[in-house]
Design a protein around this ligand. Structure first.
Ligand code: AMP
Length: 282
């Protein structure tokens, strides 16, 4: 397993693999890897001859008041995890390697990015689409792996690949949770002990909503109200959104008459956490 810092080194390695007729999977991450990321690397290792993990805290997807500076980083820990899960190459560039002076081209998406996280994080998806496009152009993978944890991101990437005719298969992987239900996230490290306990309202609300769907509830506002009520009972929690949207368009719907995504974003103290379920997975 190798760690490289430059685009040239990635290209050289991938070219070598291609010359041997090998397939390549890509797992884009911002590092500080946990079992959620590991599940993506496992999936890529299963499906492809070689796996590239990008480990890059992408400044472009953070808003001016967000946690770019404090975002946790630990490349040595990441290297160990990637190696243990069969990854072959870590691409860990500095921001200047990805965004040279004068950088001025962006991938911008309408509609899908104008709901859910796109409303509270207006520059986020432009940063995500731009960096993922760049990674696709650098690595040229056969397949790329994304977690359903970031469900809107997964939908946006699928849509971008379709819109821009990128010849890459996008694989969505299930959410990996802590044993008490909290979705694993690099941002969980921000939580104090009390906040860590309070954060359980997210997964509890998700399980509550899932149960209601399982029991046949079709009215979205009934489900949303029950989930909100549960979260609001926790004094450390502040809801950003609790919404049910059409899976394909990310636009809100009133009734569960098509494949839908129920997504939530909640501040626990200063930390913004997300969770979700797809009705088709219920
Ligand atoms: P991040 O490093 O947070 O940008 O995440 C990199 C990739 O890992 C994204 O595709 C995420 O959706 C995925 N991921 C993060 N947390 C989890 C999790 N708990 N379960 C599954 N995938 C995850």
């Amino acid at each position: 397993m190798k760690i490289v810092k430059t685009i040239d080194e990635v290209r050289r390695q991938v070219k070598e693999w291609r010359a041997q007729g090998l397939t390549v999977g890509l797992v884009p991450t911002m590092g500080y890897l946990h079992e959620g990321h590991a599940s993506l690397i496992d999936a890529s290792h299963r499906d492809n001859d070689r796996t590239v993990v990008s480990d890059f805290v992408n400044p472009m997807q953070f808003g001016p008041t967000e946690d770019l500076e404090s975002y946790p980083r630990d490349i040595e820990h990441d290297a160990k995890l990637v190696e243990e899960h069969g990854g072959d190459l870590i691409f860990n560039p500095e921001p200047e390697e990805m965004y040279h002076e004068g950088f001025s081209s962006f991938v911008d998406m309408t509609v899908l990015t104008q709901e859910l996280c796109g409303l509270s994080r207006p520059v986020h998806f432009r940063g995500v689409c731009t960096v993922v496009s760049k990674l696709f152009n650098i690595v040229k993978p056969d397949r790329a792996y994304f977690g359903k944890k970031d469900a809107q991101q997964l939908a946006v990437i699928r849509h971008m690949v379709d819109d821009l005719n990128m010849d890459i298969e996008i694989i969505g992987c299930p959410i990996v949770r802590e044993s008490d239900g909290l979705a694993k996230s690099s941002r969980n490290t921000y939580l104090s002990e009390a906040e860590r306990k309070a954060a359980l309202v997210l997964s509890q609300a998700i399980f509550l909503g899932k149960d209601m769907v399982k029991n046949g509830e079709k009215n979205c506002s009934v489900i949303i109200d029950a989930m909100k009520k549960h979260i609001e009972a926790e004094p450390l929690a502040r809801i950003d959104y609790v919404k049910i949207v059409d899976c394909a368009t990310m636009q809100q719907i009133g009734a569960l008459d098509r494949p839908a995504l129920c997504a939530i974003a909640v501040y626990i103290g200063k930390t913004r956490l997300i969770d979700n379920f797809f009705t088709e997975d219920v």
